[in-house]
Design a protein around this ligand. Sequence first.
Ligand code: PRP
Ligand code: URA
Length: 210
Amino acid sequence: MMGKVHVYDHPLIQHKMTIMRKVETGTKQFRELVDEVSSLMAYEITRDLPLTDVEIETPVSVSTQKMIAGKKLGIVPILRAGLGMVDGFLKMMPNVKVGHIGLYRDPETLEPHEYYLKLPTDVTERDFIVVDPMLATGGSAADAIAALKKHGAKSIKLACLCAAPEGVERVQAEHPDVEIYLAALDEKLNDHGYIVPGLGDAGDRLFGTK
Ligand code: PRP
Ligand code: URA
């Protein structure tokens, strides 16, 4: 069984992605849009969170209502570009813990290299969402997920803004237990490993480098 792929094609997400893709969109607006789309994705990804009954008192009566059942979650951005998605998730889930994994992709070989890893101490008890705007060859996401598993993580989802079919297939092949959540599934990779049409280098566009 392969991990499922969910493409969130809500009109607000499609509209914001279109502006993000435009070459003339500058760093300030790009960062704001990544943040907004991330919040919209967080809203959808958490649709299956379990609820529990709580008894409360309104100004009118005592009542049994629902609250999220204390599930332990963790967000893990892949540095750098994944950082752009963290605040959008935290707006929806302010109490989740945040781990970090640093990977950079060698521009020649396209192989990812790990340079940083810091996770919450109770890794085995948490459900993790790995976040990275771009899923290109899938090497970075597949390695980040493998690193999380090596440290004991048992439940992992992957959330990306823009993906190439090659990246989706690689994560599905290496991690069939991981469901993938996307804002857009694009056509292909070009010869330099960039997503087409894509949105360019997400890290550079977020942080104004280059
Ligand atoms: C980008 C992007 C992903 C990775 C995707 O990061 O943010 O992490 O490439 O490519 P892949 O699916 O082929 O591995 P990059 O290595 O450019 O580092 P940065 O975020 O520091 O700019
Ligand atoms: N990394 C990016 O930031 N963009 C791509 O299109 C591919 C990898």
